[in-house]
Design a protein around this ligand. Structure first.
Ligand SMILES: [Zn+2]
Length: 101
C-alpha cells in the first residue's frame, strides 16, 4: 500500500508532482488526482500520472500504463430472444396486400 505523499511524487525522478486536477470520490469510485512532473530534467517532465485514493486515504498499488476499463455486462439473451431480434418486423411484403390490385 502506498501513501498519498509517495504517490504524488513523480515515479521517475521522485520529486513532488504538481496537482493538476482532483476529482472527488463518487459512489463506488475512488477519489482521483492527476499530478504532473515539473522537473525539467526528468524524462516525465510535463507528463501526467493518475493517483487514486480510497475512502481510507490509502492509495491502491500503482499500476502505471494500465488503465482498467469496466464495461457493464450485457444482459444475457435467450436463444428465443436472439431469434426475435433477427426476425423482420413484417413477415409479408406489404405491397402485395395493397387494395385495388
Ligand atoms: Zn519527474
Amino acid at each position: 500500500m502506498t501513501s498519498i505523499s509517495t504517490a504524488s511524487k513523480c515515479p521517475k525522478c521522485n520529486n513532488q508532482g504538481e496537482l493538476v486536477q482532483s476529482t472527488p470520490a463518487r459512489r463506488g469510485m475512488y477519489e482521483s488526482r492527476i499530478y504532473k512532473c515539473t522537473t525539467k530534467l526528468c524524462r516525465w517532465f510535463d507528463s501526467n500520472w493518475l493517483v487514486q485514493i480510497d475512502e481510507d486515504g490509502n492509495v491502491p498499488e500503482r499500476d502505471i500504463g494500465h488503465v482498467a476499463k469496466s464495461f457493464p455486462n450485457l444482459p444475457e439473451l435467450s436463444p428465443e430472444q436472439l431469434k426475435r431480434i433477427r426476425e423482420p418486423k413484417f413477415d409479408d411484403d406489404i405491397s402485395l396486400h395493397q387494395p385495388g390490385r
